[in-house]
Each structure stands twice: as structure tokens, then as C-alpha cells.
Design a protein around this ligand. Structure first.
Ligand SMILES: Nc1nc2c(c(=O)[nH]1)N(C=O)[C@@H](CNc1ccc(C(=O)N[C@@H](CCC(=O)O)C(=O)O)cc1)CN2
Ligand SMILES: Nc1ncnc2c1ncn2[C@@H]1O[C@H](COP(=O)(O)OP(=O)(O)OP(=O)(O)O)[C@@H](O)[C@H]1O
Length: 210
């Protein structure tokens, strides 16, 4: 690691600690209220876009709760894709899920599709990916828990897009307004969001990495 890399890693670590404290410090009733508002914004947007296949996360810790949105998508017969964590390789595999009953306790205690659930093929990937995080900025910068799972998935999608597979996937960060920072420090491999959605509404971010 160069001095620059070391500095970036240290500043991300410190920021992660502070951002987790901010998010954990939001009153649970407020979190529920803001989650519900953010879901309504996302819902409206999804109705307009008509996207058929959506990747979500199953919320844990104090993350924005997207479960009403997931249930609404099931009701509307849209396809829900959830990740399974492969802690050894640092990869996420993607699986179609039709109900909460299909989930088992996974790595980090996050519910995930069972081992027996078949992973989808790359060309069947989602057209929208909802991404959790500790902090975001209005360029679409994101700070996660520091294991790079979503960065690797993002890189895989772009590799896929070279062969025309998944060029048009929209990446949507979901967070409380209190998680927005003026600037999240970004590494070369860090995934940029196309939009961030909070209780305040949808924020369209500038072109990835520009
Ligand atoms: N709901 C949800 N699902 C998700 C993610 C997420 O952020 N939220 N992920 C997004 O990537 C992946 C899981 N990533 C995780 C990465 C690190 C830790 C974690 O506990 N890290 C320690 C830090 C120390 C360490 O690295 O061991 C911690 O936060 O205490 C948890 C989940 C896939 N699924
Ligand atoms: N495309 C990639 N290929 C290989 N390693 C990667 C890739 N992207 C990120 N990493 C590695 O993952 C580690 C964590 O990256 P980073 O600190 O950006 O995580 P994060 O985005 O905060 O975490 P997460 O996505 O798990 O929420 C770093 O050591 C980084 O080198």
C-alpha cells in the first residue's frame, strides 16, 4: 500500500465509525417514519420506470428498511433478487426470491437465500440495484462496511456490460438524509450510485466517477 492508500483506508475507517454512530443514533420511530417515506419515493419512481427485476438487500442493524417496498414488488409480480454472501471470496451471488420464507440466516446474521437456491445467470441480472450504506454523497459516492461486496458486484456488472450484458442497470443508494455527507472519500474501485433515495426524495447523481 502507498501512503495515499493508507491514508484513505484510515480516513474511511474513521468515517465508518462516525457514520455508524450517526445512523444508530437515529430514534427508531424516526427511522421507521423515514424508511416509509423513502419507500414511497422509490415506489413512485418504480411505477414510472416499470422495471421488472429489482435487487434489494435485507435490512439489518439500523439500515433503511426497504421491506414494504419488497412486499409491494411481490404483490405487483415484479422479480425480487437478493444476495447471498460468500465471505471467503468476497463475492455476492444473486438469487430470485418469492417470499421471506425462502431466507435463512447468513453471514453477519443477515437473512439470505438458502444454499439450495440456484444463482441467476449474469444476463438475467436486475435492472435496478438498491444498495445499503453507511454514508453517501450527492455525486453517488458510497461508504459501506468495508468488505467491498458491492464494489465487486459493480465491477462484475461493468465487465458484463463490455459484452453488452448489463450496461443499463441503475444503482440506487438508499439512506436517511442524515447519512448524506458533503464528500465520501472514494477509491478507484469504489462503486458510484446513479441515484440516492432518502426520506427527502430522489437525488440524481452525476455520471459515474465524473
Ligand atoms: N443489509 C445488508 N446486506 C448486505 C450488505 C449490507 O451492507 N447490508 N453488504 C454490503 O456489503 C454485504 C454484507 N457486507 C458486510 C460487510 C461487513 C460487515 C461487518 O460486520 N463488518 C464489521 C467490520 C469489521 C470487519 O470487517 O470484520 C463491522 O461493521 O463491525 C457486515 C456486512 C451483503 N449484504
Ligand atoms: N472490484 C474489486 N476487486 C477486488 N477487490 C476489491 C474490489 N472492490 C473493492 N475491493 C476490496 O474490498 C475492500 C473493501 O473496499 P471498501 O473499503 O471500498 O468497501 P465498502 O464499499 O465500504 O464495503 P461494502 O461494499 O462491503 O459495504 C478493499 O480492500 C478493496 O481493495
Amino acid at each position: 500500500m502507498t501512503d495515499g492508500n493508507l491514508q484513505l483506508a484510515a480516513s474511511k475507517r474513521e468515517l465508518r465509525r462516525r457514520a455508524a454512530a450517526v445512523r444508530d443514533g437515529i430514534d427508531p420511530a424516526r427511522r421507521a417514519e423515514w424508511s416509509s417515506l423513502a419507500c414511497r419515493h422509490a415506489w413512485k419512481w418504480l411505477e414510472e420506470t416499470g422495471a421488472k427485476s429489482l435487487m434489494f438487500y435485507v435490512p439489518f442493524r439500523s439500515e433503511l428498511d426497504t421491506s414494504p417496498l419488497i412486499e409491494w414488488c411481490w404483490k405487483e409480480k415484479r422479480e425480487i433478487i437478493l444476495p447471498r454472501v460468500h465471505a471467503g471470496s468476497g463475492e455476492l451471488s444473486l438469487h430470485k426470491v418469492k417470499s421471506w420464507n425462502e431466507l435463512v440466516q447468513g453471514a453477519y446474521g443477515i437473512p439470505e437465500p438458502a444454499e439450495t437456491s440456484p444463482a441467476i445467470r449474469e444476463e438475467d441480472g436486475p435492472s435496478v440495484v438498491f444498495v445499503p450504506g453507511l454514508a453517501f454523497d450527492d455525486r453517488g459516492g458510497r461508504l459501506g462496511y468495508g468488505r467491498g461486496y458491492y464494489d465487486r458486484l459493480w465491477a462484475n456488472f461493468f465487465r458484463g456490460s463490455a459484452s453488452g450484458a448489463r450496461a443499463n442497470t441503475v444503482w440506487v443508494g438508499t439512506a436517511y438524509g442524515a447519512q448524506m455527507l458533503p464528500e465520501v472519500p472514494m477509491d478507484v474501485h469504489d462503486a458510484y450510485m446513479d441515484m440516492v433515495i432518502t426520506e427527502e426524495g430522489m437525488l440524481y447523481c452525476q455520471a459515474k466517477g465524473d
